[in-house]
Design a protein around this ligand. Sequence first.
Ligand SMILES: Nc1ncnc2c1ncn2[C@@H]1O[C@H](COP(=O)(O)OP(=O)(O)OP(=O)(O)O)[C@@H](O)[C@H]1O
Ligand SMILES: [Mg+2]
Length: 315
Amino acid sequence: MSQTGPTREALQSANIERRLEEALTLEAHELAGVPEVKVEHSVRRGEADVLIELAGVTQRYAGEGGRQGRVALEAVNLRIFKGEFVCLVGPSGCGKSTILNLIAGFMQPSEGRVLYKGRPIAGPGPDRAVMFQDHALFPWLTVQRNVEFGLKMANRHERQIRKKVARNYLAMVNMAGHEREYPHQLSGGMRQRVALARSLALESDVLLMDEPFSALDPTTRDMLHEQLQRIWMETKKTIVFVTHSLKEAIRLADRIVLMGTNPGRVRREIAVDIARPRELNSLALDEINIVLRRELQNEHRPQLPLEMPGLEFNI
Ligand SMILES: Nc1ncnc2c1ncn2[C@@H]1O[C@H](COP(=O)(O)OP(=O)(O)OP(=O)(O)O)[C@@H](O)[C@H]1O
Ligand SMILES: [Mg+2]
């Protein structure tokens, strides 16, 4: 290992800590009724770099059988820049999946606007691929055919080209050699890798990921984090990634969007500028995790345990 590594990492981590402290000093605004606190983004980006924008988004779900509806999101403002890796983190029910579904175009906001390249999102499109926690592979199709099927549905390429593209992306997620196998012959981690290949093969500008690795064991998750980091660095996609795990978010994100419940809203945004590729057991990762955990626990103590179900501090 090089001698300069630890020093640089320590400096980066001190920098993150300083900015987190700055964020904390803004707490007074929150108390004064301004819920959204923003940390300066590490790379200043202009209007032209905004790819996705939620402007004043409120989302209500209708209640069933005459019961009162639920406000899943209230007055959410969020900007996602081109090529950014953003993680949405927050307790269960704070509206993370709702945000993803809005960006995917699966539904329209009750109030406010959801924009892609400055235009309202009217529905799903090939520019935004989605990957869910459940791999949703077709059990009757081989690994290769599952990836090809995604391409076919999206009307991408001729059959021969589809074959080649599918093989390339399977190789990218280290699944070369498994093309002829069926999903039931694979481990959970392998199935998620096929699902990842299927999403990547669409070559969309945006990848929306809803807790894609949460059902996996820590070792497999670690490996997939490594692969996803590498793929993101190679492809420069814009990724919006939902997770319950703060440490997973710190490992992957350029920016963490912390959400709160009742109603769902953005509580805070934190830029993470630790150099990549990031190791799971690195000093910088641990330090930022400790600082954030302390902050979150302080912030949520009055509501514990009600406010925090499902928010993990470790992976
Ligand atoms: N189709 C729906 N109909 C009614 N209520 C819904 C619907 N989908 C979500 N909700 C409600 O909206 C709120 C936000 O849900 P959402 O699934 O976005 O939360 P989440 O942050 O993704 O939670 P989790 O971490 O558990 O996945 C929750 O209170 C949920 O019960
Ligand atoms: Mg969810």
